[in-house]
Design a protein around this ligand. Structure first.
Ligand SMILES: Cc1ncc(COP(=O)(O)O)c(C=O)c1O
Length: 442
């Protein structure tokens, strides 16, 4: 090439959730089955779509207008419906004009950061859901700025850390909140959300809340939405149906703009996002048409309630299996469908390993482990992949200094779920003991 092709931030785009798949596929190619614990795709985990939901989609598919373009912002009837859902919570009020559809929330996330000037930074949580942190970092041409989620305090944000980072970094223009959170499964209580709002007010910041898991809570917890606490500050809520229906393949998500006229700069950002969508023409129409029909169906609320209760039950099963294992810690999940398990770092050393029966897999593992400066959790993840064919994601790839891994609570077949976590528990014990210098009483 006669010139460099990539701008500096391009290398910040890193998505280990899918990256690990390349390695898992190498094992599959040798004829083995894989237990996929790397991605939050309920469909991949045998989730069954109810017949009434399929009928709604089938009916839409049989109508010609489903094959046209949607309005640039999204179908008016659907935006009106969603504005009504938000307004019923009696927080910040919006109209259909304050809603903008995207091709999945991933698309919305990419667009949000794309138009900010590189010096305008959005601080986000660590561990971070990497679609946000990578896109934010890529726009800024540097690494992400994060506030700490504290594993020793229910994964609640370390508010002092957040406050100080905001105070001493005038480049920070906004705070990202993910609630319920991926990868920790935490749900913020009202006081925590109110503190975010206070900090945003003091420093004139934009609040961005990824609320894609808003209606996926269990074990007695419910999520409070940004709209309920934001008052008159500028804010964006990001929502979607990938997890809730679940319909990840629909590629459908949306932004809700709160208090659009609270700041001239914020109003300009909203207008820019709308204009960008207009240039692109529109987002996928079929799921937009389906949203009001599915959400207003008489069986929808009960369907979601049952699905949430099942995730809650699996979180309990996971807790029962992993709690007795020494050398790790985790918090009870309250929402979304992930848990992040953290190792006691003093127990992690180079040279720890798991047994691998097939010499061909051992050759692969040895090659993967040659990667330079590999964090200890990635080492464990590769060993688990090679030894048990369980594919999880290391926490170090979620913009975190912690060492551990993320699992999902999605497997619908309870026997498979229990077997996976029991094999995981056995592997953690074996791995931590495998270094001769350390004795762990498991
Ligand atoms: C917090 C969060 N936001 C956004 C997304 C992306 O959702 P979509 O499938 O709508 O792109 C995910 C997917 O896992 C997620 O966990």
């Amino acid at each position: 090439m006669r010139q460099l092709l990539l701008r500096p931030g391009a290398e910040e785009l890193n998505y280990e959730i899918r990256g690990i798949v390349k390695k898992a596929r190498q094992i599959e190619a040798l004829g083995y089955d894989m237990t996929w614990e790397n991605i939050g795709d309920p469909i991949q985990k045998s989730n069954k779509i109810p017949a009434w939901m399929k009928e709604i989609v089938a009916d839409l598919v049989s109508q010609d207008h489903t094959y046209g373009y949607a309005d640039s912002k999204g179908m008016l009837e659907t935006r009106r419906f969603l504005a009504g859902l938000n307004n019923a919570k009696k927080g910040a009020q919006i109209s259909a004009e304050d809603i903008l559809f995207f091709n999945g929330l991933g698309d919305a996330i990419a667009k949000l950061y794309q138009f900010l000037i590189p010096t305008a930074r959005i601080i986000g949580p660590s561990p971070a859901y990497s679609t946000h942190s990578s896109a934010e970092a890529a726009h800024a041409n540097t690494s992400p700025i994060t506030y700490r989620l504290d594993p020793d305090n229910n994964w609640y944000p370390d508010m002092e850390d957040l406050y100080n980072k905001v105070k001493y970094n005038p480049g920070i223009v906004g705070i990202l909140i993910i609630n319920p959170d991926n990868p920790t499964g935490m749900v913020y209580p009202k006081e925590v959300l109110q503190r975010f709002v206070e900090i945003a007010k003091e420093f004139k910041l934009l609040l961005v809340a990824d609320e894609i898991y808003q209606n996926i809570t269990y074990n007695g917890y419910e999520a409070i939405s940004l709209a309920e606490v934001i008052g008159d500050l500028p804010g964006i809520s990001m929502k979607g149906i990938s997890k809730e229906f679940p319909w990840p393949g629909s590629r459908c998500g949306w932004m809700e703009f709160y208090n659009k006229n609270a700041s001239v700069e914020f109003a300009k950002l909203c207008a820019t996002l709308e204009n960008a969508k207009m240039i692109e023409v529109c987002s996928t129409i079929l799921p937009q048409l389906a949203i009001p029909r599915i959400m207003q169906h008489p069986l929808y609320a009960a369907y979601r309630k049952t699905a949430n209760a099942k995730i809650g039950r699996r979180s309990q099963l996971m807790e029962d299996i992993l709690s007795p294992v020494k050398g790790i810690k985790f918090n009870r999940t309250k929402g979304a469908f992930y848990n992040t398990i953290i190792f006691d770092e003093t127990l992690l050393h180079d040279g720890q390993h798991l047994p691998v029966e097939d010499a061909r897999i051992q050759v692969l593992l040895d090659a993967w482990l040659r990667e330079k400066e590999m964090p200890h959790d990635k080492r464990f993840v590769y060993n688990l992949l090679a030894s048990e064919r369980i594919c999880v994601v290391p926490v170090s790839s979620f913009c975190s200094d912690l060492r551990g891994f993320r699992v999902t609570l999605l497997e619908e077949d309870e026997d498979v779920f229990v077997d996976t976590f029991e094999r995981m528990a056995k592997s953690i014990r074996t791995y931590l003991k495998s270094n001769k210098e350390v004795a762990v009483d498991a």
